[in-house]
Design a binder for this molecule. Structure first.
Ligand SMILES: NC(=O)c1ccc[n+]([C@@H]2O[C@H](COP(=O)([O-])OP(=O)(O)OC[C@H]3O[C@@H](n4cnc5c(N)ncnc54)[C@H](OP(=O)(O)O)[C@@H]3O)[C@@H](O)[C@H]2O)c1
Length: 250
């Protein structure tokens, strides 16, 4: 029964990725700089991020506690996941500057839905379908590469988030500026690039189709937005650096 639920949810993530990708190429998600009226009830952007990301913390922790496979390796998997989602849920939202920006409730609900499904897919796989008991899992060059990618990606998106959040002063409203520094020298959206690298690292270090499905979904979600953001900067700023790429530096 649990295997069937896992399979069903996994295919849901995998099949929805190309659909999301195509839709987002034509319709930018209406939050932040692409905010538009007409998307229904809205909420404060800080609390929107908190509620969107919280299910990812709860679902995987719930799987870990429920299946009681408390090996050191599983603790490490859980710890890496929670490193990201604790940052995204409890820290990142409250670093955002207070602006007039609000966030459509429909987007919040769809992100909650995705994070429940994705947390379950990864949690069921890691802690029920294929729990790992031995620490020797990490004595493998491919797995170590995955760990390196995970931390490189986390560092890139964390430092890029810091740069972009600090561009705005508390009383600046929704004014935008051109970001400089770090990987912004090369790409418009290093935070998205870092996030993708991190989840590719996760797919490799857990060596799981569940992790790969998440990395694919992340790319399907963030690449179209990176392209929209890039075009937006060029429309807004005549002095926007010409050699900056949208997502991938090369
Ligand atoms: N895994 C996934 O599928 C996924 C999906 C979405 C996001 N994320 C991650 O979530 C994080 C936030 O995403 P996001 O799309 O909100 O990022 P973002 O567009 O870079 O915005 C982050 C914050 O910086 C502000 N900001 C952005 N550009 C600015 C500028 N030029 N001048 C001044 N302030 C600026 C935004 O204000 P405004 O809100 O007023 O624009 C917002 O408060 C990223 O690290 C991203 O990787 C992950």
């Amino acid at each position: 029964m649990i295997e069937e639920v896992y399979q069903y949810l996994l295919w849901l993530v995998l099949f929805s990725a190309p659909i999301i990708f195509i839709v987002l190429l034509f319709i930018s998600a209406p939050y932040g700089r692409h905010h538009r009226d007409g998307w229904g009830i809205e909420m404060d952007n800080r609390w929107a991020w908190f509620w969107m990301e919280l299910p990812a913390v709860l679902t995987i922790t719930g799987c870990f506690l429920y299946f009681r496979h408390f090996s050191t390796t599983n603790f490490i998997f859980l710890g890496l996941w929670l490193l990201h989602y604790s940052y995204r849920t409890f820290y990142f939202p409250f670093q955002l500057k207070r602006s007039n920006r609000s966030f459509p409730l429909t987007l919040v609900l769809s992100a909650v839905f995705f994070n429940i499904i994705n947390g379950l897919v990864n949690g069921l796989f890691l802690f029920y379908i294929r729990p790992i008991d031995t620490l020797s899992w990490f004595v493998n060059p491919t797995i170590l590469l995955g760990i390196v990618l995970f931390f490189v990606g986390f560092t890139i998106h964390y430092t890029s988030d810091r740069i972009i959040i600090n561009l705005r002063k508390e009383d600046d409203g929704i004014r935008y500026k051109i970001p400089y520094g770090g990987l912004f020298k090369r790409v418009t959206n290093p935070n998205y690039l870092g996030e993708f690298i991190q989840w590719m690292g996760w797919a490799i270090l857990t060596w799981s189709i569940a992790g790969l499905a998440f990395a694919i979904f992340t790319l399907a979600n963030l690449l179209p937005r990176a392209i929209s953001n890039h075009k937006w900067y060029h429309r807004q700023f005549s002095d926007y650096p010409k050699d900056r790429k949208a997502f991938w530096p090369f």
